[in-house]
Design a protein around this ligand. Structure first.
Ligand code: ZN
Length: 259
C-alpha cells in the first residue's frame, strides 16, 4: 500500500460507517418504493419502522446509537434489526480495507465505491431475492469509466463483462430462469467490469466453492431443500470482494501449483 497513512484508513472507515447507514436506509426505502432523499422538497427523515416516530439526531449515529439504545426504539422499545449495525460495520471495514489495498487515492475511492455497491446488492438480494437494475446498470457504466481512468486494460474489462454476463446468461437460458435471475446477469457483467477477466474467474470459483460448501451444510441440517430458491448474489458478492482485494495474491498462489 502506498497509503501507509493510518489516518486516511481511519477516515475511510468513518465514511464507510455513514455509507453503511445510507445503504440500510436505501434498502428499506427502495423496497417500499419510498423516495430516497426528499419528500416534497423537504429532506426525508428516518422513522422507526415499527411505531413510525421520527428518529432524533442522536438515533442516527451509525453503530453508536444502536449500542446506546441497546437495540431498541427509544419510543416504542421495539427491537431494531441487527442488520443496521452489522451493515454499517462491514461497510466501514471494507472502506478501511480499500485504503489498505489500493495503490493510489483514486483507486482507494474506486474500491470503496465498489464495496458500497456490493454491500447494498448483497443485503437487498438476501432480503428481497432481487438484484436491482437501478443499481447495477449505472454502476456498470461508472465502473467502466472509473477503471478506464485508473488505467485498467479495456480488453480486460470487456472480456470480464462478456464472461461474467455470458456465464449467468447461459445458466439463465438453460434453467429458464430457475437457477439465476435476470438481475444476476447484470451483476455478472458488473463484476466483470470491476474485476477484469482474470479476477472475475477467481471470484466465480470462490463463489461456487463457497456456495457448494454452504449449500451442502444447509442441506445436511435440512434447513433448506434442493428446491429452495437461493439468492445467488449472497454467495457471489463476498467472492467478488475477496477477489477485488486479494485477487492478485490468490491468483499467484493458485498458479504456483500449476507451474
Ligand atoms: Zn418505535
Amino acid at each position: 500500500m502506498i497509503l501507509d497513512n493510518s489516518l486516511l484508513v481511519l477516515w475511510l472507515g468513518l465514511i464507510g460507517l455513514a455509507v453503511g447507514s445510507f445503504i440500510n436506509a436505501a434498502e428499506f426505502r427502495l423496497a417500499k418504493n419510498l423516495p430516497l432523499g426528499t419528500v416534497g422538497g423537504r429532506a426525508a427523515r428516518s422513522k422507526c419502522t415499527s411505531c413510525d416516530i421520527q428518529l432524533r439526531v442522536v438515533d442516527l449515529i451509525p453503530v453508536v446509537s444502536f449500542v446506546l439504545l441497546r437495540g431498541r426504539c427509544y419510543s416504542c422499545s421495539e427491537r431494531i434489526s441487527w442488520q443496521y449495525p452489522v451493515v454499517e460495520l462491514i461497510t466501514a471495514l471494507l472502506f478501511g480495507l480499500s485504503g489498505l489495498a489500493a495503490v493510489s487515492l483514486p483507486e482507494a475511492i474506486f474500491f470503496a465505491a465498489c464495496s458500497g455497491v456490493m454491500v447494498f446488492l448483497f443485503i437487498y438480494d438476501l432480503k428481497h431475492m432481487l438484484v436491482l437494475d437501478v443499481v447495477t446498470l449505472p454502476a456498470i457504466v461508472i465502473a467502466f469509466i472509473a477503471n478506464w481512468f485508473l488505467g485498467v486494460d479495456l480488453i480486460d474489462m470487456v472480456l470480464g463483462s462478456v464472461i461474467g454476463g455470458g456465464f449467468f446468461a447461459a445458466q439463465y437460458l438453460i434453467s429458464r430462469g430457475r437457477w439465476v435471475g435476470g438481475g444476476d446477469i447484470r451483476l455478472g457483467l458488473l463484476a466483470g467490469v470491476i474485476l477484469g477477466w482474470q479476477h472475475l474467474l477467481v471470484a466465480l470459483m470462490l463463489a461456487y466453492v463457497g456456495g457448494s460448501v454452504i449449500a451442502l451444510g444447509m442441506l445436511s441440517t435440512k434447513k433448506v431443500t434442493m428446491k429452495s430458491q437461493v439468492p445467488f448474489a449472497v454467495f457471489f458478492v463476498p467472492a467478488v470482494l475477496v477477489s477485488l482485494f486479494f485477487g492478485d495474491k490468490l491468483l499467484s498462489w493458485y498458479l504456483s501449483f500449476l507451474l
